[in-house]
Design a protein around this ligand. Structure first.
Ligand SMILES: Nc1ncnc2c1ncn2[C@@H]1O[C@H](COP(=O)(O)OP(=O)(O)OP(=O)(O)O)[C@@H](O)[C@H]1O
Length: 330
């Protein structure tokens, strides 16, 4: 199902949590709402789900072209997964997954046996076969989130909304689940929106990244487009480490060429400090000789750093690429 949000504003008292937000979510896409705490991501998700309502006025929310303003949450065809698993503790995994089906009105409710079969099938899909009779307390955090996802899918939603689904998990589990979710999404092709404040997660997972700030959409587009052509300094800084040079010029640590101080084409010299080489990329700060510059973060291939035999305190040269997209709006 495609989603079109038009001129959506939401206030809590005098506070504006969303300010004239418009966004198109193509059918079958995986869209990330990315932004700092308080930027309005969850509010947007809750309004789509029908758990919250936009301010009266010109706002429109269209699901496949149909205005859903008057459609209650339960009838919107939405599956929702929250950061905290919110599984029912006293129910088995299979009962949790089948819950949405078991509370349907009698006329729509499948027989018990079928509910269990559907739950088992979904468990397979989320790669948790065999765990149907466990309680949530007997699962890891990552497994619980996959159960929560299976539960959201049980009612065959047309849209999946995920609110920081991996937020409470540790870094490695998060990474694994992220890849799993991408693959899972490619298999089932369900229109999905997920909220995150982790730029790496958004860039790696999504087809479309929507950067939010102060109740508005700052920029949206494909991950590479957002990363390579940020329209504002906020987007630039939010999407990854960046150096701010004199004249409001921005440059990412990996875009700077590291050279010997006496090499040709050096724009700036400085001393290495905080050299860190545990990983494929060597990271370091350069303390520039020119007082016009602040410390500059530089990332270079580890091999190069080894060949140059660099250590803290060494004098090096930096070469900046040309700056095609600057200065930016703030
Ligand atoms: N029910 C509410 N009543 C009053 N203010 C609210 C309510 N819900 C959200 N807000 C405010 O609206 C703003 C946006 O909140 P929202 O939860 O959408 O942000 P977010 O981007 O999802 O942040 P986070 O990443 O911290 O979850 C916040 O300042 C929040 O305090």
């Amino acid at each position: 199902m495609s989603i079109s949000i038009q001129h959506l504003t939401k206030s809590f008292g005098s506070y504006r949590a969303l300010d004239d937000v418009s966004l198109d979510v193509p059918e079958g896409s995986l869209t990330a709402l990315l932004g700092p705490s308080g930027s309005g991501k969850t509010t947007l998700l809750r309004i789509l789900a029908g758990l919250e309502f936009a301010d009266p006025g010109g706002a429109r929310i269209l699901f496949d072209g149909v205005d859903v303003a008057q459609i209650p949450a339960g009838d919107r065809g939405i599956g929702f997964v929250f950061q905290h698993y919110a599984l029912f503790r006293h129910m088995s995994v299979a009962e949790n997954i089948g819950f949405g089906l078991s509370v349907l009105p009698a006329s729509q409710r499948p027989p018990r046996k079928e509910i269990r079969e559907r739950a088992l099938d979904l468990l397979k899909r989320v790669k948790l076969d065999g765990l149907q009779d466990r309680r949530p307390s007997e699962l890891s955090g990552g497994q619980r989130q996959r159960v929560a996802l299976a539960r959201a899918l049980a009612v065959q939603p047309k849209v999946l909304l995920l609110d920081e689904p991996f937020g409470a998990l540790d870094a490695q589990v998060r990474k694994d689940l992220r890849r799993w979710l991408r693959q899972f999404h490619d298999e089932i092709g369900l229109t999905t929106l997920f909220v995150t404040h982790d730029q790496e997660e958004a860039l790696e997972l999504a087809d479309q990244v929507v950067v939010m700030r102060h109740a508005r959409i700052e920029q949206s587009g494909a991950p590479q487009e957002i990363y390579d052509q940020p329209r504002t300094s906020f987007v630039y800084e939010f999407l990854g480490e960046v150096n701010k040079l004199p004249g409001d010029r921005y440059i990412r640590p990996h875009e700077i060429e590291l050279k010997f101080a006496a090499d040709e084409g050096v724009d700036l010299t400085g001393r290495v400090h905080r050299l860190f080489v545990a990983g494929p990329i060597a990271r370091m700060g350069i303390l520039p000789d020119s007082p016009a510059f602040q410390e500059i973060e530089v990332w270079a291939p580890r091999e190069q750093v080894r060949e140059m035999a660099l250590t803290d305190g060494d004098l090096v040269g930096l070469r900046f690429p040309t700056f095609p997209r600057l200065p930016l709006k703030s």
